[in-house]
Ligand binder design. Structure first.
Ligand SMILES: *Cc1c(COP(=O)(O)O)cnc(C)c1O
Length: 442
């Protein structure tokens, strides 16, 4: 039955698909329709295989211009990060083994060494993601006690992560401080009691309060924490390590080492936002507090995997050795606008020439970093604007999503924009071929 399908279709599970196609043919015959030919059944099988493989995890081309797109997997990993994953995952490793002493050690030690050297923190831990980092921190340090947080920071980040819910889950009691738009240091001070376990500051990642506003700088909270002896926990969100030249759009983002020197006792952030690494949660801070978190049984349930640790180590090394552009996220973020312009013009010309009825034009646009970092900040970028005489922008968008590797753009002013800020330059020839094929077959 698999004759005519080819080896690749066979590998992609054509057997069960062929049985489904035959079942459908039998049903159709029972209902009195003529028996399909062999070729028709082969075609039906191919269609089932294609439909099924479309829903499996696979690469897409991110032409949305959003660099840290949570739905598209946030930060892509670079060659060295991937090589590290392959090397560690494909063999046994010293994950929890001290080779020198010949005995058990901790999986957190390797990354902790790099994290403390990079940031100046006393100690470090890594979890599955930042939501887990915040949760395990609150559970270990604040359960059944009060946590002070500004009303302006009771935020929801990306759907399921709501600070009030996380606090409730941790068993700590939320004490709201100040008002939604204005919170002062005195508001915090007036809420400190014997039951206070921590002061929590959460970076309001994906929105910004504008107008008549006031918030307390982290440095002031650090001073209050020190004078009262209450730990100060700062969830900075994106893991911004250094402000590279040419990234003025990032100046509002809290830097990790500044958060620590401003007096935070614990700092948490994600591995796959501005850090440019794998999905992970990082916990940095004072030795005794990190130790307390490390001993809590919940840490076991949010344990980080060795593949993540391997990719994270390479990510941290890139930061330490000033090889930021080894990280695809930073390579794309720091690409010169003129470079994007030249690519957009070249691709637009090639697309117009290759596709009848398609008008492709290079167009200056503004992209965003996304992923809950830098709300309101824009990066200058260039896009290819697609306009088709017979097809709407939505139809073009659908056709490109059905390309062999889906191409995801965005629609503006009835045109489909393919923003090159989030497309690595090496993908240009593939992008050209995918768009051309998708428009020819759709
Ligand atoms: C993104 C974000 C989180 C959630 O991090 P994940 O790694 O997605 O779990 C929590 N807090 C802040 C401030 C964030 O920006």
């Amino acid at each position: 039955m698999l004759r005519g399908l080819g080896a690749s279709a066979d590998q992609r599970g054509a057997g069960p698909a062929a049985r489904r196609a035959i079942d459908l043919a039998r049903q159709s015959i029972r209902q009195g329709r003529p028996a399909p030919s062999f070729d028709q059944i082969v075609d039906a099988t191919k269609k089932i295989v294609d439909q099924e493989s479309e829903t499996l995890l696979r690469p897409v081309i991110n032409a949305t211009g959003v660099l840290i797109h949570t739905n598209l997997g946030r930060s892509p990993l670079g060659r060295r990060q991937l090589d590290a994953v392959v090397e560690i995952a494909g063999s046994y490793s010293n994950l929890e083994y001290d080779v020198e002493e010949g005995r058990r050690s901790s999986r957190y030690d390797h990354a902790a060494k790099l994290l403390t050297a990079l940031t100046g923190a006393e100690a470090a831990l890594v979890t599955n993601n930042n939501a887990a980092a915040v949760l395990v921190t609150l559970v270990a340090l604040c359960a059944e006690k009060e946590v002070l947080i500004s009303r302006g920071e009771l935020v929801e980040i990306g759907g399921e992560f709501r600070i009030p819910d996380v606090m409730a889950l941790s068993g700590s009691r939320l004490v709201e401080v100040g008002t939604t738009n204005r919170t002062r240091l005195a508001d915090y001070r007036s809420k400190v009691t014997d039951a206070t376990a921590a002061i929590l500051k959460v970076h309001p990642s994906n929105y910004r309060v504008v107008g008549f506003t006031a918030s307390v700088p982290a440095r002031k909270l650090g001073e209050l924490a020190r004078s009262t002896g209450i730990p100060f926990i700062h969830d900075v969100g994106s893991g911004f390590m250094s402000a590279p030249a040419g990234a003025s759009w990032a100046r509002e983002e809290p830097l990790v080492d500044v958060a620590l020197s401003d007096g935070a006792d614990i700092v948490t952030f994600s591995g796959d936002k501005l850090l440019g690494g794998p999905q992970a949660g990082i916990i940095l801070g004072r030795g005794p507090l990190v130790e307390k978190i490390a001993r809590h049984p919940l840490l076991r349930a949010v344990r980080v995997d060795k593949m993540t640790l391997a990719a994270l180590e390479e990510t941290l090394r890139a930061h330490m050795e000033d090889r930021l552009t080894d990280l695809p996220l930073w390579s794309m973020a720091l690409a010169a606008t003129e470079e994007l312009e030249a690519r957009a013009k070249h691709l637009a010309e090639a697309l117009s020439a290759a596709n009848k009825g398609l008008k492709a034009e290079a167009q200056p646009v503004a992209s965003v970093t996304g992923g809950g970092s830098l709300p309101g900040e824009e990066l200058a970028s260039w896009a290819i604007a697609l306009d088709h005489g017979e097809r709407s922008a939505a139809e073009l968008g659908r056709a490109l999503r059905h390309a062999e590797t889906p191409v995801i753009g965005r629609i503006a002013d009835d045109r489909l924009l393919l923003d090159l800020r989030s497309v690595p330059p090496g993908q240009d020839p593939q992008l050209l071929a995918l768009v051309t094929n998708a428009l020819a077959t759709a």
